[in-house]
Design a protein around this ligand. Sequence first.
Ligand SMILES: *Cc1c(COP(=O)(O)O)cnc(C)c1O
Length: 384
Amino acid sequence: MNAHEFRRRGKEMVDYVADYLEGVEGRQVYPDVEPGYLRPLLPTAAPQEPETFEDIIKDVEKIIMPGVTHWHSPYFFAYFPTASSYPAMLADMLCGAIGCIGFSWAASPACTELETVMMDWLGKMLRLPAVFLAGEAGEGGGVIQGSASEATLVALLAARTKVTRCLQAASPGLTQATIMEKLVAYASDQAHSSVERAGLIGGVKLKAIPSDGKFAMRASALQEALERDKAEGLIPFFVVATLGTTSCCSFDNLLEVGPICREEDVWLHVDAAYAGSAFICPEFRHLLNGVEYADSFNFNPHKWLLVNFDCSAMWVKKRTDLTGAFKLDPVYLKHSHQDSGLITDYRHWQLPLGRRFRSLKMWFVFRMYGVKGLQAYIRKVAKL
Ligand SMILES: *Cc1c(COP(=O)(O)O)cnc(C)c1O
């Protein structure tokens, strides 16, 4: 496909997408297909000779669409919602066109810098404490992760490194293995399964704190678990509080849990994956009170803020907690500005090396809706 054909096909694709979304209500929301439906409909191997765009697009309707679950149908009530808007889709197209891999500042300065500014914009929309914002001369900052699961894992791994180094500094004889054996993370029994998974991947114990009658984690239950475990010689190091749990949208009591974490010097991560978008409305902002106690905070604009998957917004109070935990500097990734203190190399903030230009989606959406438009959208959905 050359640029000439791309112009034509691109316009056709935009029409196809607009037709699809305008008519999605008329499609059956959950497909009738049986497992394995697709294989017999496809050739057994990739074609040797090139095929035409027409043939492919015909097969989208014939083969793919019958097996699609239509998440944007108004009749879709499964799981949680996932965000979608035309500005975000167009921005993603541009992201594909630029096609940069923005792992460091030098790898694409705009990719890094727009992300930092967009995360500050979004943080201000939520009225996050200024310590979480990069532009406030503080030590914090935001990063776009692929998913809330990654954000929780990154936070857990950073906390694990931090506590390990701290204990080793105090007792140089301690091995990492001895420490790891004793580390304990906590989350309420209502926390998302990705939290338990972070514990599994991170190789640490994760204990479920029994929630109260309103499915909230409270001070007493957490304190009890911490005391019991410390008495047994274990080392509490990480707590995940959930704002808006997956099963019933309950809220852990941050104002109780936060001070305990501070007192015990335990990393507090706040997972507001689904509900977090609502905090841009002043009338819902009180649900975020207590975030000032958190070391890291995360929510998914890709669930409820009109930015298509993937866009999971994560902030930390001390960016050196992440960069200090995950930094490696092979010679082929070095660049002349990296130690200037003026730039961010996001590769140190995440698990993969490569990263897409995802902040374009935020930029397009924030500008085309405005904060007022986004608030109006949240209010429309939240209306009881
Ligand atoms: C949806 C959800 C997750 C998982 O989100 P991913 O971005 O898919 O990893 C985690 N925690 C809560 C509270 C959620 O609602």
